[in-house]
Design a protein around this ligand. Structure first.
Ligand SMILES: *Cc1c(COP(=O)(O)O)cnc(C)c1O
Length: 230
């Protein structure tokens, strides 16, 4: 039967076999279950099956789900993975284990200001538009390399790596993931604290095999766990 527990089990086996094939360590890949548009009861089901890392894309939905009675007290780790408007930053500060989708310096500056004010440290990734598609959020590779020092200087927040969404064409995804891995290396060479830069958040339901092959440390999977979104 196609239950969430079964889906998680199957994906975990797939990750293991991709790791075996590509020489990666299974324990170096974190699976994030993306529950956007899906009800809290399904997050509970995933949690009961041992899946604690949860990804959400919309601020309002994230806040509602996180504070829902059904999920209160569970040891979930919440990842924010959607586009974050500057004026919404204050709503999620201190409520995430990682923000994957900082796509402008201005958003990072606001995050820094709010985190400092609340005396918390917020871990985040910079989203990179590796495909060059104009519909996608994220810094261009060129922008990243030119403005990186300004991200490093911001107090209260810690840059942990990079995130990307590849083009839907699987034939292009490999090159885009490789670019993200290369950019992380170049970022490390500029960083005052390269040991912090450990994360490559890349790979979704339809391309996580390619992403793992190219060095992903976090895959964000929605459809293959929770079913298709209406
Ligand atoms: C929705 C979403 C995912 C999950 O996509 P699936 O194709 O359902 O696995 C991953 N990352 C981001 C940023 C998303 O918005």
């Amino acid at each position: 039967m196609d239950t969430i527990a079964n889906n998680l089990q199957r994906i975990s086996e797939e990750i293991r076999s991709i790791c075996n094939r590509t020489g990666r360590n299974f324990s170096d890949i974190k699976l994030i279950a993306v529950s956007k548009t899906k009800p809290a009861i399904l997050v509970k089901e995933a949690c009961d099956a041992g899946q604690l890392d949860i990804g959400e894309s919309y601020v309002q939905e994230f806040l509602e789900k996180q504070s829902s009675d059904l999920l209160s007290g569970l040891p979930l780790r919440w990842h924010f993975i959607g586009h974050l408007q500057t004026n919404k930053v204050k709503d999620i500060v201190g409520k995430t284990c990682l923000i994957h989708s900082i796509d402008r310096l201005k958003t990072a500056e606001e995050l820094s200001k709010r985190a400092s004010r609340q005396n918390v440290t917020v871990d985040y990734l910079i989203e990179i538009n590796t495909s060059g598609e104009t519909t996608k959020f994220g810094l261009s590779p060129k922008e990243l390399l030119s403005v990186a020092p300004r991200f490093f200087d911001l107090p209260g927040i810690r840059l942990r790596g990079l995130m990307t969404i590849a083009s839907p064409d699987r034939n292009k995804a490999g090159k885009e993931f490789r670019l993200l891995a290369e950019l992380l290396d170049r970022l490390k060479s500029k960083s005052p604290d390269p040991a912090l830069l450990t994360e490559l958040s890349m790979g979704m339901s339809q391309d996580f095999d390619i992403a793992i092959e190219e060095g992903s440390t976090m895959i964000r999977i929605g459809t293959a766990i929770f079913g298709s979104r209406a």
